[in-house]
Ligand binder design. Sequence first.
Ligand SMILES: NC(=O)c1ccc[n+]([C@@H]2O[C@H](COP(=O)([O-])OP(=O)(O)OC[C@H]3O[C@@H](n4cnc5c(N)ncnc54)[C@H](OP(=O)(O)O)[C@@H]3O)[C@@H](O)[C@H]2O)c1
Length: 291
Amino acid sequence: MKWTIVGAKGMLGTDLITRVKREGYEITALDLGDIDITDAASVQGALTPGQDIVVNCAAFTAVDPAEENEGTAFRVNATGAANLARRCAQTGARLIQVSTDYVFRGDGTTPWNEYDAPDPLSAYGRTKAAGEWAVQTYTKDYLIVRTAWLYGRFGNCFPKTMVRLAQSHDTLKVVTDEVGQPTWTVDLADLIVRLAQAKAPTGIYHGTSCGKTSWNGFTKEIMKAVGKDPSMVLETTAAAFDRPAKRPSFSALAHGELRKIGIEPIGDWRERWHAAADTVLVPEDPASARA
Ligand SMILES: NC(=O)c1ccc[n+]([C@@H]2O[C@H](COP(=O)([O-])OP(=O)(O)OC[C@H]3O[C@@H](n4cnc5c(N)ncnc54)[C@H](OP(=O)(O)O)[C@@H]3O)[C@@H](O)[C@H]2O)c1
């Protein structure tokens, strides 16, 4: 199988390359400098025919800055996805588009299904939802894999921030009223490979850990992993923070479509975090991962 990974230098892209290499597949790794997904001509030139799978890990992922820069976020998350989808339809490659739980409004109390209607609260969510629609419009052979609360070794992520803050603070106030599913990039990369190998039917799948927690609950587990007392994590609510973007209060995702096709979802978030912690919290060495 020939793979092209776009956004190859990002947090997910880096771990996906390692995972795909382990299978012995041929990989073309592309990031800014090799391809600009907002530019149809650049996509046309960089995505050569003969690829079986193209994974789009490239995105404008900064949730608060997207509020002020929705046009830029749209060009990357929506126009970029459209350009890739059109090119994949021409070349016959299957497109795997990575999307987000933030496409949902998040005002429910039960996990969102793959077929529930997107209704985003934020600019980031709107541009990612537009990316999903573009993919569904421009190619017939796609997998949209929604993920959430990603953490990984090769990027800035929530656990690293919390561990850094815990070094200089006796207590940390973390919100209890945003609930979701912390997900390790290594687990998501593995799921993407399993979906491709299974030749999963075109459609939307949820690539998150099972179970659910709040950022507060996640922070307590992060503190446990670094030998700190989780009681240093105090409760607060989103209203206490003045952030530009609204976040869903409940964005846990259900995994019915994976189960329907016999693919095991990623495991429980807490168990996966403790499996990941030592890897995620070591200092970055991207050069060795990409060698
Ligand atoms: N991080 C999360 O918590 C989270 C949650 C839910 C869903 N997701 C989704 O998961 C996917 C992977 O996220 P991630 O956190 O791994 O992202 P990331 O670390 O920000 O990586 C994205 C990569 O795409 C590159 N890129 C940006 N604009 C581009 C363009 N126009 N053309 C080509 N490449 C471009 C970036 O380059 P520069 O760094 O130079 O800009 C970066 O290397 C994204 O689709 C994201 O929306 C992420």
